[in-house]
Design a binder for this molecule. Structure first.
Ligand code: ADP
Length: 269
C-alpha cells in the first residue's frame, strides 16, 4: 500500500525538531506523565535549549496540572497552534488536549478515528519552531492511538522511545509487549526508566522497596529484552510536591533530582 501521506506532513512540520522523545508505558498509573514532565523540566534547565512537551494522552491529559497551567488557552495564528509557554521557563512550550476542552471534569469519550484525527492535528498543526527536544507523553498501552502516533512519526528517524515501568511484574508484563511493539514498528528504544523503585523517606533517608517480591525485576526484564535500564526513580514526597507546584524537582526534594540530571545526559549523547 502507498505510504500514509500524513507521514510526510508530520516530517515536514517537525523538520526543525532535533530529537523526538516518546514517553511510553504499558500500564497507566506507573508515572509516565510525571517522568515526561520532569524530563521536560530537566532538559529546560539549560536555557539555551528549546523544549516542547506534547501531551497526547487524549483520555487523561495530565500535563496542564503537572506544569501548573490549568485553564490556559491555546492561541492560533496563520502558522498553526501556538504552544503555551511555562511562566518560569520561556524555553519550554506545552501543548495538551487539556487546553482545548472546556472543563477538566468533562470525560473525553471519543472513538478511534476522532482520537487519531486529533493526534494527527497535534503533530501537524502546532507551530513549535526550532526545538532541541520534543517530549511526547503518550497514552498508556499498545492501542490504536499508539499505532497512529508511531506511524505518523515513522518518517522522523530522530525518534527515541523511553519506556516507564514500575518494578512490579504486572507493569513489566505490559512493558514487554510495549517493547515488542516498538521493535516491530521500528521505534528505537533508548531505554527503560524504572519508577517507584522504592520509597525514599525524607526523614530517615532510608530506602524501602515497595514491591519487595519484584526487586531487580526491571533490570532482569531489560537484560532479557536487550534494552538499557537508564534510571531507577524512587517514590518521593518531593516529586508529588513539585508536581502540584508545576516545577522541576530540585535537590531539596530528595534524591530524584540527581537521577533526572543523569537521565538528561543520556539524551545529550
Ligand atoms: P501515568 O502517567 O503513568 O498514569 P502519573 O504520572 O499520572 O502516571 O502518576 C500517577 C500518580 O503517581 C500521580 O499522582 C503522581 O504524582 C504519582 N507519582 C508518580 N511517580 C512518582 C514518584 N516517583 N514519587 C512520588 N509520586 C509519584
Amino acid at each position: 500500500p502507498a505510504p500514509d501521506p500524513n507521514i510526510q506532513v508530520v516530517a515536514d512540520r517537525l523538520r526543525n525538531v532535533k530529537c523526538v522523545i516518546l514517553v511510553l508505558s504499558g500500564k497507566g498509573g506507573v508515572g509516565k506523565s510525571t517522568v515526561a514532565a520532569q524530563l521536560a523540566f530537566a532538559l529546560s534547565l539549560n536555557p539555551e535549549r528549546q523544549i516542547g512537551l506534547l501531551d497526547i494522552d487524549i483520555c487523561g491529559p495530565s500535563q496542564p496540572h503537572l506544569m501548573h497551567m490549568q485553564g490556559e488557552e491555546v492561541h492560533s495564528s496563520a502558522s498553526g497552534w501556538s504552544p503555551v509557554f511555562h511562566a518560569d521557563f520561556p524555553n519550554l512550550g506545552v501543548m495538551s488536549i487539556g487546553f482545548l476542552i472546556p472543563s477538566s471534569n468533562d470525560p473525553i469519550i471519543w472513538r478511534g478515528p476522532r482520537k487519531n484525527g486529533l493526534i494527527k492535528q497535534f503533530l501537524t498543526d502546532v507551530d513549535w519552531g526550532d526545538l532541541d527536544y520534543l517530549v511526547i507523553d503518550c497514552p498508556p498501552g499498545t492501542s490504536d492511538e499508539h499505532l497512529s502516533i508511531v506511524t505518523f512519526l515513522s518518517g522522523i528517524p530522530r525518534t527515541l522511545g523511553l519506556i516507564v515501568t514500575t518494578p512490579h511484574e504486572l507493569s513489566l508484563l505490559d512493558v514487554r509487549k510495549e517493547i515488542g511493539f516498538c521493535k516491530k514498528t521500528g521505534i528505537k528504544i533508548i531505554g527503560v526508566a524504572e519508577n517507584m523503585s522504592a520509597y525514599h523517606c525524607p526523614n530517615c533517608q532510608c530506602s524501602t522497596p515497595i514491591f519487595p517480591g519484584s526487586t531487580g525485576g526491571a533490570r532482569k526484564m531489560c537484560e532479557d529484552m536487550e534494552v538499557p535500564l537508564l534510571a531507577s526513580i524512587p517514590i518521593e514526597v518531593g516529586i508529588g510536591v513539585a508536581a502540584d507546584q508545576g516545577r522541576p524537582i530540585n535537590s531539596n526534594d530528595g534524591v530524584s533530582h540527581a537521577i533526572f540530571s543523569k537521565l538528561v545526559s543520556v539524551f545529550e549523547n
